[in-house]
Design a protein around this ligand. Structure first.
Ligand code: 2YH
Length: 278
């Protein structure tokens, strides 16, 4: 998992309005709407419950320590959506205790490996990798105006790619898997066999031909420049949860509104909707 850096996130809080407009243009839904689509929730009902749902973001000093603006940015995203959110005054154990004492509904916190939301009322856990894969697949479904029977390549078969693949199958997509380590892709194919439609999942071993035969891509790798500019066809739609982004600057220009990428917004929004249960 890539560790975020302040440079990755310091612009997010101020840019949420513009980000939301761009997302609306690309998907037809706002940040809240895309997250609701990911969990099959009705946006209008969620809107009625948001303000009363309090989420404390607890800074974590373990491992490589605090990332300046990480907690503030997570809280800003939640506040933008309408949640009652705040960054805990204290970090770590004290921050968790404060959240309990103040009757918070949920906590969000991340160390170097795991970013979770914890619902303090019903004990449910929202995992950032699962939520991120799911919400980017849902966004691609919206960009594509439905993925049923469409061929989608999932590039990168770690936890984010796995969650994306499961979600794509639930939308009725035909899923192809590619990983730099073919064994990892094969292992995921075997796991997906139990999902409805999962037995039709295929493993691609050559990225070039895989990109030529799939018109839709979820780029879920933790590496830059995984997609050569020449492989970007004029109809390819890309949802890219991977950090860093696997598409070059030139590739981004070519794709324009056919590319969706962010480093935190959709994943946090999806975690929050997941925490609200349903
Ligand atoms: O960067 C990370 C993780 N690799 C997960 C990122 C989500 N995809 N975590 C942030 C660590 C934050 C730090 N402990 C803090 O400021 O609380």
């Amino acid at each position: 998992m890539t560790r975020l850096q302040t440079n990755d996130i310091c612009h997010i809080s101020k840019g949420l309005g513009i980000y939301n407009q761009e997302l609306l243009m690309k998907t037809g839904r706002t940040l809240l709407g895309v997250a609701c689509h990911a969990y099959g929730r009705e946006e209008i009902k969620i809107r009625q419950q948001l303000e009363a749902f309090s989420i404390h973001v607890v800074p974590v000093t373990a491992g490589e320590g605090i990332i300046t603006e990480f907690s503030e940015t997570v809280s800003a995203i939640l506040g933008f959506l309408g949640f009652n959110s705040r960054v805990s005054a204290a970090s770590d154990t004290s921050g968790i205790a404060q959240a309990f004492v103040s009757n918070a509904d949920a906590i969000m916190m991340s160390d170097d490996n795991t970013f979770v939301g914890l619902n303090l009322n019903n004990r449910s856990v929202a995992d950032n990798s699962e939520a991120t894969g799911r919400v980017f697949a849902a966004a691609l479904d919206l960009m594509a105006k439905g993925l049923k029977d469409k061929a989608v390549l999932v590039q990168g078969c770690g936890p984010v790619g796995e969650s994306a693949a499961r979600t794509l199958l639930s939308f009725g997509a035909r899923v192809a898997l590619y990983d730099i380590d073919a064994q990892v892709a094969l292992c995921l194919k075997n796991k997906l066999a139990a999902c409805p439609g999962g037995h039709k999942t295929v493993v691609e071993t050559h990225l070039n031909s895989a990109l030529a035969s799939n018109g839709y891509l979820v780029e879920a790798t933790p590496s830059a420049d995984t997609i050569k500019d020449g492989l970007i066809s004029d109809h390819l739609l890309v949802a890219a949860p991977g950090v860093p982004l696997g598409v070059s600057e030139k590739g981004c220009q070519v794709l324009g509104n056919r590319l969706l990428h962010d480093k935190l917004e959709l994943g946090v929004a999806a975690m929050a909707i997941c925490l609200m249960g349903g």
